[in-house]
Design a protein around this ligand. Sequence first.
Ligand code: B12
Length: 291
Amino acid sequence: MTAELCDFVNPLKNAITEFVLTSPRNFCELYKGPYFDEPLVGFTRGDDPIFATVKEQVGPLSWTPCEALEHSLQRSNLHNNLKPEDVSVVSWVLPIHSFVRDKNRMEKTEPSTEWSNTRNYGEEFNNYVKTFVVGWLEARGCLAVAPSLLPGFRVIKDPARGNFSSTWSERHIAFACGLGTFSFNDGLITPRGIAHRLGSVVVNTRLPRADRPYSGHLDYCLSSKGCTACIRRCPIKALTSAGHDKELCNELNYSGKEALRRRERLGFEQTGCGLCQVGVPCEDRIPGKKY
Ligand code: B12
């Protein structure tokens, strides 16, 4: 099946939700509970004009949805002259379970063990969700790919973008799919907050363009109203009124001495940090919105 305006939206949303809520892999042995709560799912079409802006923001080496799918087809020698309007992208938000957020909220200098487990093993589950979604779409005759799992996916050293960008920015894709807006600290604020992980898949079918309930990329962030909560949460001043120093942030998350020690103590690689994702008004909601 190619290029049909197909009615995948609700069945796919339901399939992703059911998968996350029922998969035995969404379970952390450490605290005997799920990594993630019920997901949010969004879609948009490859010819959405937002992708020109996204490429401008993420950089010239980043892929549009159409380029990502073409890239994967070339790898399997399936040349398929795709047009942007014939592809769509599905993006999801996996909200981090409240127990993990509670634990990380209590920390002042480095991440809780529960947060680190979610960063490392929860992300393995997120990758499993990507594989599930690709399989679900393929079973319905589509070509589908998770761009962040492609061998060509990489983090790009780009001085214009704080030396950290990538070929596929999940936050920019989620923004395009109507799932949220950025925060001062660079995270994405969604209706379920900022403490989450993101994933996405591109497919060769026509889904509706997203209805984005915002216009500015910082619409949900209270920083313009004087909020400094995330700045105050950062233990190493990687967040200041001048912005986000990604190099410093990377040291605390992955490359510095503390991160190395944490890795040895916990016995896995990706321990993260996320102190700026909890104990802030946007932790689990769009701040200032009534629920
Ligand atoms: C490289 C990377 C990092 C780097 C750099 C982060 C960065 N800001 O780019 C470092 C190591 C510092 C890092 C740290 C963390 N990361 Co990280 N990281 C990534 C990765 C692999 C690529 C990011 C990327 O492509 N950036 C692209 C650049 C261009 O983004 P940017 O500079 O932030 O973009 C700004 C501008 O574009 C600006 N902008 C300005 N004008 C406009 C106009 C418009 C219209 C738009 C749309 C945007 C825009 O908006 C952005 C924010 O200001 C992604 C995974 C992925 N494939 O996406 C995860 C990812 C971004 N990380 C994630 C997380 C959770 C973290 C940590 C919390 C670690 C942890 N898990 O414990 C910290 C948080 C740090 C922080 N405050 O952001 C999540 C984000 C989830 C969320 N809450 O939003 C992601 C998406 C991983 C995932 N699969 O969920 N990360």
